[in-house]
Design a protein. Structure first.
Length: 307
């Protein structure tokens, strides 16, 4: 307006943003301040630097700070766009199935990433590789992730972790749901994993005997128990051996109904029912977890307790 001084021009800028309390829209204020005859162009340089650093919206206190620090130089105001966040690339190598993705574990994994500010499509890209329950494709799938390349590999369970470790000695590898990372050869020891590999162990093999003991307490008359597990899983094999040791102490006979392919689930549960076992015990791994709803349905049809 005619006769309006610079202070009045600044006060005419909107002090609040309709979407964010306590903020102002710099784009509007820059336009008005640019019209001021007394505002030096160097102040605009600092404003636009602030826009690049904080986006299109910043707090009024910060706005004034940038204005007060304007230097005495003269260049034209640059046009800048919102800075795009750097996208980080994560690889996931699983022995599970793409058809049942995401499982509860991976849903929780993705939610955990979002809670930490890592959002797929915004600042994070995840490349998934599934071996569909087979161990043979794992080295090739691990090499694919290394070749992309990704910046970190999450591997689950034991065999994918071993494949990832063999595929790279530079990209960090984080394993999850591994029964015994030391015995399986993934790491040297728990205190100092070494190299580029670290992770979280479920130590499930150590708890297998206790699970069998609890089953015996719940079913005192039980003499025979079927064990359903995924045979290509090295961690599951460790857990099964622990069950065998515990079963001898408890006077239980184990019936091995392990599978190498999910298509064998129907026959495995039928064979357990025909054998007259007292219950079916699961050894979890990504494949068994992926097909848990189907397993629960099949065991329920056979009228068998599931542990």
């Amino acid at each position: 307006m005619p006769g309006q001084n610079d202070s009045e021009r600044f006060r005419s800028c909107p002090r609040t943003d309709a979407t964010t309390p306590g903020t102002i829209r710099l784009g509007h204020c820059v336009q008005r301040l640019n019209a001021s005859r007394k505002l030096k162009k160097t102040a605009l340089v600092h404003v636009m630097r602030a826009i690049r650093q904080t986006g299109r919206t910043m707090r009024r206190r910060d706005f004034l700070t940038f204005l007060s620090g304007a230097a005495a130089s003269s260049i034209q105001r640059p046009r800048t766009a919102r800075a795009q966040p750097k996208i980080r690339h994560l690889g996931v190598l699983s022995q599970g199935s793409a058809s049942t993705h995401p499982t509860a574990m991976f849903s929780a994994f993705q939610q955990g990433l979002r809670d930490l500010g890592w959002v797929e499509g915004h600042n994070l890209a995840i490349d998934w590789r599934f071996s569909e329950g087979r161990a043979e494709p794992l080295p090739k799938l691990a090499a694919e992730l290394v070749g992309l390349p990704v910046e970190l590999i999450v591997a689950t369970p034991t065999r994918p972790a071993l494949a990832a470790k063999e595929a790279t000695n530079t990209i960090p590898v984080v394993f999850i749901q591994v029964a015994d990372p030391v015995e399986s050869g993934i790491i040297g020891n728990l205190a100092r994993p070494g190299a580029n590999v670290t992770g979280v162990s479920s130590m499930g093999s150590d708890l297998s005997g206790k699970r069998l003991e609890l089953l015996k307490e719940a079913l005192p008359a039980a003499t025979r128990v079927a064990v359903l597990w995924h045979q290509p899983s090295q961690g599951a094999a460790l857990a099964y051996r622990e069950l065998e040791r515990a079963s001898k102490q408890l006077g239980l006979e184990l019936m091995d109904i392990g599978i190498s392919d999910p298509e064998q689930l129907n026959e495995a549960t039928r064979s357990a029912a025909r054998a007259g076992v007292a219950a079916v015990m699961l050894i979890d791994d990504p494949v068994i977890v992926s097909y848990r709803p189907q397993i629960v349905s099949l065991v329920s049809e056979a009228a068998l307790p599931l542990f």
